[in-house]
Write a protein that binds this ligand. Sequence first.
Ligand code: HEM
Length: 228
Amino acid sequence: MWLINSSIGRKVIMSVTGMALILFMTFHCCMNVAALFSGEAYNTICELLGANWYAVAATIALGALAVCHIVYAFILTAQNRRARGSERYAVTAKPEKVEWASQNMLVLGLIVVLGLGLHLFNFWYKMMFAELVGMETALPPTDGFGLMKETFSNPVYVVLYIVWLVALWFHLSHGFWSAMQTIGVNGKVWFNRWKIIGTVYVTLLILAFVVVVLAFFFGCAPSLCCAA
Ligand code: HEM
C-alpha cells in the first residue's frame, strides 16, 4: 500500500499523526490553563475524563497515534541513513541553512519520549490507571489539581519539565514546518507564512505549559492564592 511502502506515504503518516498530537496538546493545554483559575473546575474535568469508557477509548487512540508516529520516525531515519550510505561518515562540514532541530529530530524525539514517560508516571499512572485497577494512592485519583500542586512543589520536577518542554518546542516547531512541506503547501510566500504561523502557535502552546508549571511552583495563580 502506497501509504506504508513509499517514502512520501510514510512522511504523510508522520505529518498527520504529528498534527493530531499537536491538536491533543492544544486541548490538554487549555485544560491545564483552567487549573490556574479554578482547582474545582479542573478536578471536575478530571472526573469527567477519569476512567470512563470514552476517556479510556480516547487514551487508547492517543497511544496508537503516538506509537505510529514514533515507529515511523525510526523507519524514516533508518531509510534516510541507508540512502545516504557511507557518505554520512565522509561529511565533515555541516551543510549551511539546515536547522539544528532538523538534524536532531530523533534525539529531540527521544528526550520528548523520556519526558513523556516521566509525565505519564506522574499523572496518568496515579489517576486513570489507579482508578482503573483500584490502586491505593496518596491523593484521590480525580484530584489532578492536588497532584499538580504536589508535583510542581518539587524543583527537580520543575527543571525536568522545563527541559522536556524546551525539547518539545524544538521538535514541534521543526515538525510543523516539515509537515507543511510534506502535505504540499506550495509557493514561497505561503510556505513562509505557514512557517511563521507554526512557530508562533507552537511557541504560545509551549509557553502556556511552562507558565502552568512555574505558576504552581511559585504558587502565583488565582486558584492557588485564593484556595484553602
Ligand atoms: C507541563 C504541564 C502539564 C501538566 C500540568 C499536565 C497534567 C496532566 C494531567 C493532570 C494528566 C492526567 C489527566 C487524567 O488522567 O485525567 C495528564 C495526562 C497526560 N498528559 Fe499531561 N500535563 C502537562 C504537559 C503535557 C505535555 C506537554 C504533553 C504532551 C507532550 C502531555 C501529555 C499527556 C498525555 C499523553 C496524558 C495521558 C492522557 C490520557 O489519559 O488520555 N502533558 N497530564
